[in-house]
Design a protein around this ligand. Structure first.
Ligand SMILES: Cc1ncc(COP(=O)(O)O)c(C=O)c1O
Length: 471
């Protein structure tokens, strides 16, 4: 059931009209539903409840602390891919022993941090990573619990940029090399080989590729055991798809039945890493129409959200449903339009060729299914403050990440010493600095930039350049 529905002609998030939030918070903004997050998490966790499993929410899908805490309260662990995400999981209340650390390029510093925190599992993706982890852990007098991530060479039949289990992908250890590396891992100091991990991609809309990959992994478990090696844990990754448009992904209960078929007799603890399934349809992006422009061959609805807020359409040609916040009258005429953002890129199209009713400046639209891989991928490209995030819970809402001010955006940058007037007062000057200072003396004072740290005193205009011609 969606928790973003029309009531009396206005789109609500649970019990709150989205137009009210837009009026109070401004646009664009992400809006998540607590009820949807809860329902999605429980649908997955309950389906697998009999399987001795831990559900670790993949923070890469949505790492807002309030979202993580909502899931942590339901019992979720975390799948993290960086020290930053591990810090977020811990800050949101997920204990380290319920966190798994995935990713092909963990640095030694990240390994140390995770070991100090007491992380539950490292998913190791290469021989050099295993050696490095052994070195770091044994040097700290600790033991790293390891699942070797196997690349089963299975095509997930999803968008090629989110397929991770083919032999040409950078992820996991080549299937044929896995048994030997597992055996070597057993001999390394500071390493406890717990089992295997697999994740073949995201937004899978059929069970076939999962089943093929799990069968490969099960075969490897049997091979390892027959060689006398212990395998007690299997991490089956994430990947279950959701409905963006007209897809018909498997229900978690069908997925669970398949897992039971393939894995139950192996008698292993299981770990799952769903992300999109939990957060994707629990969030929308709300945006306001700035202009409607009738081009030579198209209607463009130019909105105040852009690819810096929601990258998926530009990056993956992804589809997000678009709906007006005020429900169109029954039978309202629809016509084709591209919903585009203000960014100076032709690719800044949030939704192309959609049948939409007449729209005008100031109207609100939602982009659906934006709760996963939305805000986490935001940037400030074109020096646009990324959209804030809102969490709704029944009839209350809260701003769980504020909109960044321009002051904060500008304050991220520092002016190099050699570009400041201050440098002119230093004794030890390089000759190029001296030239710069000479220029400064001849130049007019720069305009003030308000409360940013780059006040006029530090700006060094170059005379004759970057000025409009004078008559
Ligand atoms: C290792 C790993 N685990 C879990 C996930 C989450 O996948 P999804 O959001 O499709 O469930 C990903 C994302 O691709 C991943 O790379």
């Amino acid at each position: 059931m969606s928790h973003f529905t029309y009531r009396d002609g206005a789109l609500f998030a649970e019990d709150i009209p989205l137009a009210r939030i837009a009026g109070e918070v401004g646009t664009p903004f992400y809006c998540y539903s607590t009820a949807a997050l809860t329902e999605n998490y429980l649908a997955f966790a309950d389906a697998l409840a009999d399987l001795n499993g831990l559900v670790c929410f993949a923070l890469k899908a949505n790492s807002n602390l309030a979202v993580i805490r909502t899931l942590a309260r339901l019992g979720a662990g975390a799948d993290v891919v960086s020290e930053g995400e591990l810090r977020q999981a811990l800050a949101a209340g997920i204990p380290a022993h319920k966190a798994v650390f995935s990713g092909v390029g963990k640095t030694r510093t990240e390994m140390e941090f995770a070991l100090t925190a007491g992380i539950g599992q490292f998913n190791v993706e290469s021989a050099p990573e295993l050696d490095a982890l052994s070195h770091v852990a044994s040097g700290m007098g600790k033991t790293a619990i390891v699942a070797l991530r196997v690349n089963p060479d299975v095509d997930a039949q999803t968008h090629h940029k989110i397929a991770t289990g083919r032999s040409e992908d950078k992820f996991g250890i080549a299937y044929e090399d896995s048994a030997a590396l597992y055996a070597r891992g057993e001999t390394l100091p500071g390493i406890d080989m717990a089992g295997l991990a697999v994740h073949i991609g995201s937004q899978l809309i059929s069970l076939g590729p999962f089943r093929a990959a799990f069968q490969r992994v099960a075969g490897l478990v049997r091979e390892l055991r027959s060689a006398g090696l212990g395998v007690r844990r299997l991490d089956l990754g994430g990947g279950l798809g959701i409905v963006y448009d007209s897809e018909e992904p498997p229900h978690p209960t069908d997925y669970a039945a398949m897992v039971r078929d393939e894995m139950a007799d192996l008698d292993c603890e299981l770990v799952f890493e769903p992300g999109r399934l939990i957060a994707g349809n629990a969030g929308v992006l709300v945006t306001r129409v700035i202009f409607v422009k009738h081009g030579a061959s198209k209607r463009f609805v130019i909105v105040d959200a852009a690819m810096n807020d929601l990258l998926r359409p530009s990056l993956y040609d992804a589809h997000h449903g678009v709906e007006p916040v005020i429900e169109p009258a029954p039978g309202a005429a629809l016509s084709r339009a591209d919903v585009v953002g203000p960014i100076c890129e032709t690719g800044d199209v949030l939704a192309g060729s959609r049948d939409l009713p007449a729209l005008e400046d100031g109207d609100l639209l939602v982009l659906r299914s934006a709760g996963a891989y939305g805000a986490v991928m935001a940037s400030s490209y074109n020096t646009r403050p990324p959209a804030p995030e809102i969490l709704v819970n029944g009839d209350q809402y809260d701003v769980i990440r504020a909109r960044q001010s321009y002051d904060i955006l500008l304050a991220r940058d520092r002016m190099s010493d050699w570009l400041t007037v201050r440098a002119s007062n230093r004794r030890s000057r390089s000759s190029s600095t001296r030239q710069q200072i000479a220029l400064t003396r001849r130049s007019a004072p720069a305009p003030s930039v308000g409360s940013s740290p780059l006040t006029s005193a530090f700006i060094l205009p170059r005379p004759g350049i970057n000025r409009l011609p004078t008559r």
